[in-house]
Unconditional design. Structure first.
Length: 442
Protein backbone atom coordinates (compact mmCIF):
# COMPACT_ATOMS: atom_id res chain seq x y z
CA UNK A 1 0.00 0.00 0.00
CA UNK A 2 1.18 3.50 -0.85
CA UNK A 3 2.72 5.49 2.01
CA UNK A 4 2.52 9.29 2.26
CA UNK A 5 5.12 10.83 4.52
CA UNK A 6 4.57 13.99 6.55
CA UNK A 7 7.23 16.28 7.97
CA UNK A 8 6.16 18.15 11.10
CA UNK A 9 7.66 21.57 11.88
CA UNK A 10 7.01 22.28 15.56
CA UNK A 11 6.24 19.81 18.33
CA UNK A 12 4.29 22.07 20.64
CA UNK A 13 0.67 21.65 21.67
CA UNK A 14 -0.69 21.49 18.12
CA UNK A 15 2.21 19.52 16.66
CA UNK A 16 1.95 16.89 19.40
CA UNK A 17 -1.79 16.71 18.85
CA UNK A 18 -1.28 16.10 15.12
CA UNK A 19 1.26 13.35 15.71
CA UNK A 20 -1.02 11.67 18.26
CA UNK A 21 -4.08 11.88 16.01
CA UNK A 22 -2.28 10.48 12.96
CA UNK A 23 -1.06 7.61 15.11
CA UNK A 24 -4.42 6.94 16.80
CA UNK A 25 -6.48 7.14 13.62
CA UNK A 26 -4.10 5.44 11.22
CA UNK A 27 -6.52 2.58 10.48
CA UNK A 28 -9.46 4.92 9.84
CA UNK A 29 -7.30 7.16 7.64
CA UNK A 30 -6.11 4.12 5.68
CA UNK A 31 -9.71 3.05 5.04
CA UNK A 32 -10.72 6.52 3.86
CA UNK A 33 -7.62 7.32 1.86
CA UNK A 34 -6.38 3.98 0.57
CA UNK A 35 -2.88 4.86 1.72
CA UNK A 36 -0.79 4.99 4.87
CA UNK A 37 -0.06 8.46 6.29
CA UNK A 38 2.94 8.47 8.59
CA UNK A 39 5.02 11.10 10.34
CA UNK A 40 8.37 10.65 8.67
CA UNK A 41 10.34 13.41 10.34
CA UNK A 42 9.99 16.17 12.98
CA UNK A 43 11.93 19.41 13.42
CA UNK A 44 11.59 21.39 16.64
CA UNK A 45 14.16 23.77 18.06
CA UNK A 46 13.73 22.46 21.62
CA UNK A 47 13.23 18.78 20.82
CA UNK A 48 16.52 17.79 22.48
CA UNK A 49 16.71 20.29 25.33
CA UNK A 50 13.19 19.39 26.48
CA UNK A 51 13.60 15.71 25.60
CA UNK A 52 10.43 15.62 23.53
CA UNK A 53 9.06 12.37 22.16
CA UNK A 54 6.41 11.58 19.55
CA UNK A 55 4.29 8.45 19.14
CA UNK A 56 5.46 6.27 16.30
CA UNK A 57 8.43 8.49 15.41
CA UNK A 58 11.95 7.16 16.12
CA UNK A 59 14.23 9.51 18.03
CA UNK A 60 16.70 9.57 15.14
CA UNK A 61 14.02 11.18 12.94
CA UNK A 62 13.56 14.08 15.37
CA UNK A 63 15.87 17.08 15.17
CA UNK A 64 16.14 20.85 15.04
CA UNK A 65 16.90 21.48 11.35
CA UNK A 66 13.73 22.70 9.63
CA UNK A 67 15.51 23.33 6.32
CA UNK A 68 16.80 19.76 6.22
CA UNK A 69 13.29 18.43 6.83
CA UNK A 70 11.88 20.51 4.00
CA UNK A 71 14.67 19.41 1.65
CA UNK A 72 14.26 15.72 2.52
CA UNK A 73 13.06 14.04 -0.72
CA UNK A 74 11.12 11.47 1.30
CA UNK A 75 8.89 14.14 2.91
CA UNK A 76 5.74 14.47 0.79
CA UNK A 77 3.81 17.03 2.88
CA UNK A 78 5.16 19.73 5.20
CA UNK A 79 3.01 20.65 8.22
CA UNK A 80 4.09 24.06 9.57
CA UNK A 81 3.04 24.21 13.23
CA UNK A 82 5.71 26.39 14.83
CA UNK A 83 3.57 29.55 14.99
CA UNK A 84 5.01 33.05 14.89
CA UNK A 85 5.62 35.09 11.78
CA UNK A 86 9.05 35.38 10.17
CA UNK A 87 10.46 31.86 10.55
CA UNK A 88 7.11 30.28 9.73
CA UNK A 89 6.71 32.42 6.60
CA UNK A 90 10.21 31.50 5.44
CA UNK A 91 9.62 27.78 5.96
CA UNK A 92 6.25 27.83 4.21
CA UNK A 93 7.66 29.65 1.17
CA UNK A 94 10.70 27.38 1.10
CA UNK A 95 8.54 24.26 1.03
CA UNK A 96 6.23 25.68 -1.64
CA UNK A 97 9.29 26.68 -3.67
CA UNK A 98 10.25 22.99 -3.72
CA UNK A 99 6.69 22.15 -4.88
CA UNK A 100 5.88 20.48 -1.59
CA UNK A 101 2.29 20.87 -0.38
CA UNK A 102 2.02 22.74 2.92
CA UNK A 103 -0.52 22.43 5.71
CA UNK A 104 -0.44 25.18 8.33
CA UNK A 105 -2.37 26.41 11.36
CA UNK A 106 -0.65 29.80 11.23
CA UNK A 107 -3.24 32.58 11.10
CA UNK A 108 -0.66 35.36 11.55
CA UNK A 109 1.33 34.41 8.45
CA UNK A 110 -1.79 34.10 6.30
CA UNK A 111 -3.31 37.34 7.59
CA UNK A 112 -0.13 39.40 7.18
CA UNK A 113 1.60 37.63 4.27
CA UNK A 114 -1.33 35.76 2.74
CA UNK A 115 -1.07 37.28 -0.73
CA UNK A 116 2.58 36.30 -1.01
CA UNK A 117 1.89 32.76 0.21
CA UNK A 118 -1.22 32.28 -1.95
CA UNK A 119 0.61 33.54 -5.05
CA UNK A 120 3.56 31.23 -4.37
CA UNK A 121 1.25 28.22 -4.04
CA UNK A 122 -0.45 29.08 -7.35
CA UNK A 123 2.87 29.46 -9.16
CA UNK A 124 4.11 26.15 -7.78
CA UNK A 125 0.82 24.43 -8.58
CA UNK A 126 0.61 22.71 -5.22
CA UNK A 127 -2.04 22.78 -2.49
CA UNK A 128 -2.01 24.90 0.64
CA UNK A 129 -4.15 23.67 3.54
CA UNK A 130 -5.00 26.12 6.31
CA UNK A 131 -8.31 25.02 7.83
CA UNK A 132 -6.83 25.14 11.34
CA UNK A 133 -5.83 28.80 10.99
CA UNK A 134 -9.39 29.99 11.75
CA UNK A 135 -11.76 28.66 14.41
CA UNK A 136 -9.88 25.46 15.26
CA UNK A 137 -11.98 22.42 14.44
CA UNK A 138 -14.80 24.31 12.69
CA UNK A 139 -14.59 23.57 8.92
CA UNK A 140 -15.25 27.17 7.92
CA UNK A 141 -12.36 27.54 5.45
CA UNK A 142 -13.47 24.45 3.53
CA UNK A 143 -17.06 25.65 3.49
CA UNK A 144 -16.14 29.10 2.18
CA UNK A 145 -13.89 27.64 -0.52
CA UNK A 146 -16.23 24.83 -1.57
CA UNK A 147 -19.69 24.88 0.01
CA UNK A 148 -20.39 28.51 -0.92
CA UNK A 149 -18.54 28.43 -4.25
CA UNK A 150 -21.75 29.13 -6.22
CA UNK A 151 -23.13 31.75 -3.85
CA UNK A 152 -22.51 35.40 -3.08
CA UNK A 153 -21.72 35.82 0.59
CA UNK A 154 -23.66 38.75 1.99
CA UNK A 155 -22.07 38.79 5.44
CA UNK A 156 -19.80 37.03 7.89
CA UNK A 157 -20.03 37.50 11.65
CA UNK A 158 -17.89 35.45 13.98
CA UNK A 159 -16.98 34.80 17.59
CA UNK A 160 -13.39 33.95 16.72
CA UNK A 161 -11.53 34.16 20.01
CA UNK A 162 -12.26 31.67 22.76
CA UNK A 163 -10.47 33.66 25.45
CA UNK A 164 -12.68 36.71 24.93
CA UNK A 165 -15.81 34.60 24.64
CA UNK A 166 -15.01 32.84 27.91
CA UNK A 167 -14.44 36.15 29.71
CA UNK A 168 -17.63 37.76 28.41
CA UNK A 169 -19.65 34.59 29.08
CA UNK A 170 -18.41 34.44 32.68
CA UNK A 171 -19.10 38.13 33.21
CA UNK A 172 -22.63 37.57 31.88
CA UNK A 173 -23.38 34.45 33.92
CA UNK A 174 -21.64 35.40 37.18
CA UNK A 175 -21.83 39.19 37.17
CA UNK A 176 -18.08 39.35 37.80
CA UNK A 177 -15.76 42.16 36.72
CA UNK A 178 -13.35 42.02 33.79
CA UNK A 179 -10.08 41.83 35.75
CA UNK A 180 -11.35 39.12 38.07
CA UNK A 181 -12.60 37.04 35.15
CA UNK A 182 -9.38 37.51 33.20
CA UNK A 183 -7.36 36.19 36.17
CA UNK A 184 -9.62 33.14 36.32
CA UNK A 185 -9.15 32.56 32.59
CA UNK A 186 -5.38 32.68 33.08
CA UNK A 187 -5.55 30.22 35.97
CA UNK A 188 -7.55 27.80 33.81
CA UNK A 189 -5.15 28.15 30.89
CA UNK A 190 -7.70 29.90 28.65
CA UNK A 191 -5.67 33.13 28.60
CA UNK A 192 -1.94 33.70 28.26
CA UNK A 193 0.16 35.41 30.92
CA UNK A 194 0.24 38.34 28.48
CA UNK A 195 -3.32 38.24 27.12
CA UNK A 196 -3.07 41.33 24.88
CA UNK A 197 -3.10 39.39 21.59
CA UNK A 198 -6.49 37.94 22.52
CA UNK A 199 -8.28 40.58 24.58
CA UNK A 200 -7.23 43.48 22.33
CA UNK A 201 -8.80 41.81 19.31
CA UNK A 202 -5.62 41.11 17.32
CA UNK A 203 -6.18 37.36 17.10
CA UNK A 204 -9.75 37.84 15.87
CA UNK A 205 -8.61 40.46 13.33
CA UNK A 206 -6.21 37.96 11.75
CA UNK A 207 -8.94 35.38 11.45
CA UNK A 208 -11.59 37.65 9.95
CA UNK A 209 -9.00 38.96 7.46
CA UNK A 210 -8.47 35.39 6.23
CA UNK A 211 -12.21 34.68 6.00
CA UNK A 212 -12.92 37.95 4.18
CA UNK A 213 -10.12 37.17 1.74
CA UNK A 214 -11.76 33.85 0.90
CA UNK A 215 -15.33 35.15 0.87
CA UNK A 216 -14.77 38.20 -1.31
CA UNK A 217 -11.62 37.41 -3.28
CA UNK A 218 -9.76 40.46 -2.01
CA UNK A 219 -6.46 41.10 -0.24
CA UNK A 220 -7.04 42.44 3.28
CA UNK A 221 -4.60 44.70 5.11
CA UNK A 222 -4.92 43.76 8.80
CA UNK A 223 -3.67 47.20 9.79
CA UNK A 224 -6.31 49.06 7.80
CA UNK A 225 -9.53 48.24 9.62
CA UNK A 226 -11.02 48.97 13.03
CA UNK A 227 -10.01 46.59 15.81
CA UNK A 228 -11.23 47.03 19.39
CA UNK A 229 -10.88 44.56 22.24
CA UNK A 230 -12.84 43.94 25.42
CA UNK A 231 -10.75 45.71 28.09
CA UNK A 232 -13.32 48.52 28.41
CA UNK A 233 -16.31 46.23 29.05
CA UNK A 234 -17.52 46.55 32.64
CA UNK A 235 -19.98 44.54 34.71
CA UNK A 236 -22.42 47.45 34.54
CA UNK A 237 -22.49 47.19 30.73
CA UNK A 238 -23.19 43.47 30.95
CA UNK A 239 -26.08 44.24 33.33
CA UNK A 240 -27.53 46.92 31.06
CA UNK A 241 -27.24 44.57 28.10
CA UNK A 242 -29.26 41.96 29.96
CA UNK A 243 -31.90 44.59 30.81
CA UNK A 244 -32.10 45.44 27.11
CA UNK A 245 -32.51 41.80 26.13
CA UNK A 246 -28.99 41.56 24.70
CA UNK A 247 -25.63 39.96 25.34
CA UNK A 248 -22.20 41.40 24.62
CA UNK A 249 -19.85 39.43 22.38
CA UNK A 250 -16.57 40.26 20.67
CA UNK A 251 -17.59 40.09 17.02
CA UNK A 252 -15.45 39.91 13.91
CA UNK A 253 -17.54 41.16 11.00
CA UNK A 254 -17.03 41.31 7.23
CA UNK A 255 -19.43 42.13 4.42
CA UNK A 256 -19.33 43.74 1.01
CA UNK A 257 -21.12 47.10 0.96
CA UNK A 258 -21.49 49.08 -2.27
CA UNK A 259 -18.34 47.65 -3.76
CA UNK A 260 -16.28 48.18 -0.61
CA UNK A 261 -15.35 45.94 2.31
CA UNK A 262 -16.93 46.61 5.68
CA UNK A 263 -14.64 44.72 8.05
CA UNK A 264 -14.12 45.28 11.77
CA UNK A 265 -13.57 43.64 15.15
CA UNK A 266 -15.27 45.08 18.22
CA UNK A 267 -17.57 44.26 21.12
CA UNK A 268 -21.20 44.22 19.99
CA UNK A 269 -24.60 43.93 21.60
CA UNK A 270 -26.55 41.02 20.15
CA UNK A 271 -30.22 40.27 20.80
CA UNK A 272 -30.52 37.22 23.05
CA UNK A 273 -32.46 35.48 20.24
CA UNK A 274 -29.45 35.70 17.92
CA UNK A 275 -27.68 32.30 17.61
CA UNK A 276 -24.29 33.85 18.34
CA UNK A 277 -25.60 35.14 21.68
CA UNK A 278 -26.03 31.56 22.82
CA UNK A 279 -22.42 30.55 22.12
CA UNK A 280 -20.69 30.46 25.49
CA UNK A 281 -17.41 29.51 27.10
CA UNK A 282 -14.38 29.00 24.90
CA UNK A 283 -16.42 28.00 21.87
CA UNK A 284 -16.15 29.78 18.52
CA UNK A 285 -18.90 30.37 15.98
CA UNK A 286 -19.25 31.83 12.50
CA UNK A 287 -22.53 33.03 11.00
CA UNK A 288 -22.49 33.12 7.20
CA UNK A 289 -25.29 34.57 5.13
CA UNK A 290 -25.38 33.56 1.47
CA UNK A 291 -27.61 35.25 -1.07
CA UNK A 292 -29.06 31.90 -2.18
CA UNK A 293 -28.10 29.45 0.59
CA UNK A 294 -29.37 31.79 3.27
CA UNK A 295 -27.97 32.17 6.80
CA UNK A 296 -26.00 29.35 8.40
CA UNK A 297 -24.10 29.07 11.67
CA UNK A 298 -21.04 26.93 12.37
CA UNK A 299 -20.20 26.32 16.04
CA UNK A 300 -17.39 24.35 17.66
CA UNK A 301 -14.16 24.36 19.59
CA UNK A 302 -11.99 27.17 18.33
CA UNK A 303 -8.70 26.13 19.91
CA UNK A 304 -6.97 23.39 21.82
CA UNK A 305 -4.78 20.50 20.78
CA UNK A 306 -7.52 18.06 19.77
CA UNK A 307 -9.74 20.44 17.77
CA UNK A 308 -6.86 22.11 15.95
CA UNK A 309 -5.15 18.78 15.25
CA UNK A 310 -8.39 17.48 13.75
CA UNK A 311 -8.41 20.37 11.26
CA UNK A 312 -4.71 19.95 10.43
CA UNK A 313 -5.03 16.21 9.84
CA UNK A 314 -8.14 16.80 7.74
CA UNK A 315 -6.04 19.03 5.48
CA UNK A 316 -3.24 16.45 5.40
CA UNK A 317 -5.72 13.83 4.19
CA UNK A 318 -7.09 16.19 1.54
CA UNK A 319 -3.57 16.93 0.30
CA UNK A 320 -2.79 13.20 0.32
CA UNK A 321 -5.79 12.65 -1.96
CA UNK A 322 -4.36 15.25 -4.30
CA UNK A 323 -1.01 13.45 -4.32
CA UNK A 324 -2.69 10.11 -5.01
CA UNK A 325 -4.64 11.60 -7.93
CA UNK A 326 -1.48 12.78 -9.61
CA UNK A 327 -2.05 16.42 -8.80
CA UNK A 328 -5.47 16.95 -10.37
CA UNK A 329 -8.67 18.73 -9.20
CA UNK A 330 -6.87 21.29 -7.07
CA UNK A 331 -8.77 24.21 -5.55
CA UNK A 332 -7.25 27.71 -5.78
CA UNK A 333 -5.55 28.43 -2.46
CA UNK A 334 -7.57 31.62 -1.91
CA UNK A 335 -10.85 30.31 -3.39
CA UNK A 336 -10.71 32.59 -6.47
CA UNK A 337 -8.49 32.14 -9.53
CA UNK A 338 -5.51 34.52 -9.33
CA UNK A 339 -6.64 36.68 -12.25
CA UNK A 340 -10.16 36.94 -10.86
CA UNK A 341 -9.31 38.39 -7.45
CA UNK A 342 -10.12 42.11 -7.06
CA UNK A 343 -9.01 44.43 -4.27
CA UNK A 344 -11.84 46.06 -2.31
CA UNK A 345 -11.30 49.32 -0.47
CA UNK A 346 -12.09 49.15 3.23
CA UNK A 347 -14.86 51.38 4.51
CA UNK A 348 -13.73 54.47 6.37
CA UNK A 349 -15.29 55.79 9.60
CA UNK A 350 -17.21 58.29 7.47
CA UNK A 351 -18.78 55.42 5.51
CA UNK A 352 -19.48 53.03 8.37
CA UNK A 353 -22.87 53.05 10.08
CA UNK A 354 -24.22 51.34 13.17
CA UNK A 355 -26.56 51.74 16.11
CA UNK A 356 -24.85 52.41 19.44
CA UNK A 357 -25.11 51.83 23.16
CA UNK A 358 -23.41 54.59 25.16
CA UNK A 359 -23.03 54.93 28.91
CA UNK A 360 -22.08 58.07 30.82
CA UNK A 361 -21.71 59.02 34.47
CA UNK A 362 -23.78 62.19 34.44
CA UNK A 363 -24.81 64.73 37.06
CA UNK A 364 -28.33 64.10 38.38
CA UNK A 365 -29.80 67.53 37.77
CA UNK A 366 -32.27 69.16 35.36
CA UNK A 367 -31.07 70.00 31.85
CA UNK A 368 -28.25 67.43 31.69
CA UNK A 369 -30.10 65.05 29.42
CA UNK A 370 -31.03 67.81 27.00
CA UNK A 371 -27.40 68.98 26.75
CA UNK A 372 -26.18 65.48 25.94
CA UNK A 373 -29.03 64.85 23.51
CA UNK A 374 -28.33 68.20 21.90
CA UNK A 375 -24.71 67.26 21.26
CA UNK A 376 -25.86 64.08 19.57
CA UNK A 377 -28.50 65.92 17.57
CA UNK A 378 -25.93 68.41 16.32
CA UNK A 379 -24.26 65.49 14.54
CA UNK A 380 -27.46 63.91 13.15
CA UNK A 381 -27.57 61.20 15.82
CA UNK A 382 -31.07 60.45 17.09
CA UNK A 383 -31.85 58.61 20.30
CA UNK A 384 -33.93 55.46 20.44
CA UNK A 385 -33.98 54.86 24.20
CA UNK A 386 -32.70 56.45 27.43
CA UNK A 387 -32.18 54.67 30.76
CA UNK A 388 -31.25 56.57 33.91
CA UNK A 389 -30.53 54.79 37.16
CA UNK A 390 -30.52 55.99 40.77
CA UNK A 391 -27.59 57.64 42.42
CA UNK A 392 -24.30 55.76 42.15
CA UNK A 393 -23.35 56.62 45.73
CA UNK A 394 -20.38 58.70 44.62
CA UNK A 395 -20.98 62.45 44.54
CA UNK A 396 -24.09 63.09 42.49
CA UNK A 397 -23.25 61.28 39.23
CA UNK A 398 -25.57 58.53 38.01
CA UNK A 399 -25.32 56.01 35.18
CA UNK A 400 -27.01 57.32 32.05
CA UNK A 401 -27.46 54.90 29.14
CA UNK A 402 -28.59 55.83 25.65
CA UNK A 403 -29.36 53.72 22.60
CA UNK A 404 -29.09 55.49 19.27
CA UNK A 405 -30.62 54.89 15.91
CA UNK A 406 -28.21 54.05 13.11
CA UNK A 407 -25.55 56.76 12.76
CA UNK A 408 -22.27 57.42 11.00
CA UNK A 409 -19.26 56.10 12.92
CA UNK A 410 -17.20 59.26 12.54
CA UNK A 411 -20.11 61.46 13.68
CA UNK A 412 -20.49 59.26 16.75
CA UNK A 413 -16.83 59.60 17.65
CA UNK A 414 -16.93 63.40 17.27
CA UNK A 415 -20.10 63.68 19.36
CA UNK A 416 -18.64 61.54 22.15
CA UNK A 417 -15.49 63.67 22.30
CA UNK A 418 -17.63 66.80 22.64
CA UNK A 419 -19.86 65.25 25.30
CA UNK A 420 -16.83 64.06 27.29
CA UNK A 421 -15.78 67.73 27.60
CA UNK A 422 -19.10 68.80 29.12
CA UNK A 423 -18.98 69.77 32.80
CA UNK A 424 -22.04 67.60 33.53
CA UNK A 425 -20.43 64.22 32.77
CA UNK A 426 -17.30 62.38 33.74
CA UNK A 427 -14.87 62.05 30.87
CA UNK A 428 -14.93 58.24 31.06
CA UNK A 429 -17.70 56.65 29.02
CA UNK A 430 -18.53 53.38 27.28
CA UNK A 431 -19.60 52.84 23.68
CA UNK A 432 -20.67 49.48 22.28
CA UNK A 433 -22.01 48.96 18.79
CA UNK A 434 -25.31 47.19 18.30
CA UNK A 435 -25.13 44.40 15.72
CA UNK A 436 -25.53 45.95 12.25
CA UNK A 437 -28.78 45.71 10.35
CA UNK A 438 -28.82 42.98 7.74
CA UNK A 439 -26.40 40.72 9.63
CA UNK A 440 -27.16 37.00 9.45
CA UNK A 441 -30.11 35.98 11.61
CA UNK A 442 -30.97 39.55 12.68
Amino acid sequence: METIRVGILGLGTVGTGVVNLLHAQRDLIRRRLGAEVVVHRIADRSVHTKKKTAKGVPVERMGTDAEALIADPEVDIVAELIGGLDDARRHILCAIGKRKPVVTANKAVLAVHGEEVFAAAERAGCPLGFEASVAGGIPIVRNLREGFAADRIESLAGILNGTCNYILSEMTERGAGFEETLRKAQELGYAEADPAFDIDGVDASHKIAILANLAYGTPVDVGAFMVEGIRSIEAVDIAFARELGCRIKLLAIAREADGKLDIRVHPAMLPERHPLSQVGGVYNAVAVSGLHAGPQVFIGRGAGSAATASAVVGDIIEVARWLKSGGHSRLPAAAFLPGQRRPLKILTAREMRSSYYVRFAALDRPGVLSRIAGAFGAHDISLMNVIQKGRAGREDHVPLVMLTHEAVEEDMRIALREIARLDVVRSEHAMIRVVPDGMAFV
